[in-house]
Design a protein around this ligand. Structure first.
Ligand code: URA
Length: 238
């Protein structure tokens, strides 16, 4: 059992500085399990703690694990320069909690993006040693040929890579779309592999990470959700 004072709880959940959180409590803006609490020193067990701030309900979470269906024209970098950052699509509390994207998608790539404030999780998921397969649907400029699929499966040489990179699997979906699975997460990897194989990538969507599919989450573009333990367990190497 972990007990914490209300001001610390609110701060840990991203409601602002300790001073600000104390003011929220003093102003009567916080209820815990439905009861208004006006003393920020009141201690609560954080396990399964339900509280509300400005009437909006929250559940205490030590860390958050999120999935976002990333729309185009949002940047994953910490200091976005040309487009808004993906964090602007989440409630402000998550920025205070230092939620970050797990790896990056290009500003024009759409689809499944994991986000978390758990450094160990972010590190483990991003590690090249983990070989978690990532599935993309790429729209190609030129028609998909057998030779394109063959090259992507056998490996293509990218300029700054020591050895050719190959897709784990790759199949034609229609004349201008392929489904490609990669285990590495190199910079612009799908786009560069397609270019190296003599085609050009138009739209790119990430549709799954491990066995967690975007379809299963039923998120519209720009929507996000918390991931539960079962969903997190799907993010494994096959
Ligand atoms: N490969 C790319 O080229 N871009 C992405 O955003 C992800 C994979």
């Amino acid at each position: 059992m972990s007990k914490m004072s209300l001001d610390r709880i609110l701060q840990s959940q991203g409601f602002g500085s300790r001073k600000w959180c104390r003011e929220l409590v003093a102003d009567g803006e916080v209820t815990v399990a439905g009861e208004p609490i006006d003393d920020y020193r009141t201690n609560f067990d954080t396990a399964d703690l339900h509280f509300a701030v400005f009437g909006e309900p929250w559940v205490y979470r030590e860390h958050v694990y999120l999935a976002l269906n990333k729309p185009p024209n949002f940047e994953c970098s910490r200091k976005p320069s040309h487009h808004p950052g993906v964090l602007t699509l989440l409630p402000e509390q998550f920025t205070w909690r230092e939620v970050q994207p797990v790896g990056r998608l290009d500003h024009d790539t759409t689809g499944l993006l994991l986000m978390s404030d758990d450094g160990a999780f972010i590190h483990a998921q991003s590690s090249p040693k983990r070989h978690v397969p990532k599935l993309y649907v790429a729209t190609t400029h030129d028609p998909v040929t057998d030779d394109l699929i063959r090259q992507l499966l056998s490996g293509v040489q990218l300029h700054d890579e020591p050895a050719p990179l190959a897709a784990v699997s790759c199949r034609r979906l229609d004349d201008h779309r392929i489904e490609i699975v990669l285990e590495q997460g190199k910079y612009h990897q799908v786009k560069r592999m397609l270019a190296a194989a003599g085609n050009h990538c138009g739209a790119l969507q990430r549709t799954a990470i491990g066995d967690l599919t975007l379809d299963s989450l039923q998120l519209k573009e720009g929507e996000w959700c918390y991931l539960d333990a079962t969903q997190l367990s799907l993010l494994k190497q096959r």
